[in-house]
Write a protein of this length. Structure first.
Length: 327
């Protein structure tokens, strides 16, 4: 089958699948008041629905799946979800983004189930600042989990830190110490405006380019962009084991490298994180015999993917916060 491509020639080998909208953290930029179930929202996809969904995307050339949320580890059957995803023919990279609260306790089970890449959100290396941002004083245990993942030889271990002006934007020296001897990929993510966080965004948004200049001044070199690299800009330094990636959604050409699609926990296809609509795929996930119909439904919608998002104009689409879409 021909791999999925949009009107702008972009291909989509990568699917981010949210498996639950709920979360146990209260990150100031995402769910500052904690998770509250949306009235009338359907339950998350079942294991059978997930298996059918992933087979459909795999038939269209997808080979990397990222399990996300909300917080994926809040879902009781996470290990079964991972096993289900790993068993889909064609899936060779099974990643997960997590806040790390269960990492130190569950890492072994996740790896046994087929997880081979993990992104752990660590917005600050300062214990008090971490607690202020997330609402939970869990930094030490989460960092312990990161050490375990590295020691266990998980092929890809990355940390995500959202840059927040006046909160964690002075931590580069501390991060560099951390990266000197650790084979970790740190991703600095520029804060994105969502439907719910406008006031917070105005107070705390800082351009990632500020940090990028600091990195360049400290001798970090940009890596040549791989054709399938996605939107992150990667830096390395000969004196450091770790690498740094910059995710700057407000930068020119950010969307040109888009290589991913998203499906929400209830089975809505989102062509863009900040799109204006979702496309319900759940009706195509009820029987194994619906594979062709599912593939056609996805293929028939991809032409609606816009060339870029409209965040510069403050248009955040139907995304109140990233927990709802699977950030
Ligand atoms: N709960 C998991 C976690 O925090 O890692 C997975 C879901 S979370 C929505 C995925 C990623 O999106 C996290 O790294 C989080 O920091 C990031 N994120 C959430 N809201 C964001 C925003 N408004 N701007 C930039 N990144 C955001
Ligand atoms: Fe939860 Fe992740 Fe949102 Fe933080 S960023 S509130 S951990 S979903």
């Amino acid at each position: 089958m021909t791999p999925l491509a949009d009107r702008y020639g972009r291909r989509f080998p990568y699917l981010r699948l949210s498996i639950i909208p709920a979360c146990n953290f209260r990150c100031t930029y995402c769910l500052p008041h904690g998770y509250h179930a949306e009235a009338g929202l359907a339950g998350p996809l079942s294991l059978d629905e997930i298996a059918r969904l992933l087979r459909g995307f795999s038939a269209l050339g997808m080979h990397k799946v990222r399990i996300t949320g909300g917080e994926p580890s809040v879902r009781n059957d996470l290990v079964d979800v991972l096993r289900t995803a790993a068993a889909v023919p064609g899936v060779d990279k099974l990643a997960m983004t997590t806040n790390g609260t269960l990492l130190s306790r569950r890492l072994g089970e996740w790896m046994d189930a087929g997880l081979n890449a993990i992104n752990i959100s660590v917005d600050s290396l300062d214990r008090a600042a971490f607690a202020r941002i997330t609402g939970h004083d869990r930094l030490d245990d989460i960092l312990h989990g990161v050490e375990m993942a590295l020691a266990a030889g998980l092929p890809s271990v990355k940390l995500n830190a959202v840059l927040l002006r006046g909160v964690n934007d002075g931590e580069l020296p501390r991060w560099l110490d951390y990266l000197r001897d650790r084979r970790v990929g740190l991703r600095f993510i520029e804060l994105m405006q969502t439907g719910d966080n406008l006031a917070f965004f105005r107070d705390h948004h800082v351009r990632a380019s500020v940090l990028e200049s600091e990195l360049q001044d400290a001798g970090w070199q940009a890596l040549p962009r791989a054709a399938d690299a996605g939107p992150a800009r990667e830096y390395r330094h000969p004196d450091y084991a770790g690498r740094i990636g910059i995710i700057a959604p407000y930068s020119k050409d950010f969307c040109a490298g888009c290589n991913r699609l998203r499906v929400t926990a209830t089975g809505d296809l989102r062509l863009c994180l900040f799109g204006e609509f979702g496309i319900p795929l759940r009706p195509f996930l009820q029987h194994d015999e619906q594979l062709d119909a599912l593939v056609q439904a996805i293929g028939g919608q991809i032409g609606r993917k816009e060339q870029g998002h409209f965040l510069h104009e403050g248009r955040t689409g139907i995304t109140p916060h990233l927990a709802s879409t699977g950030g």
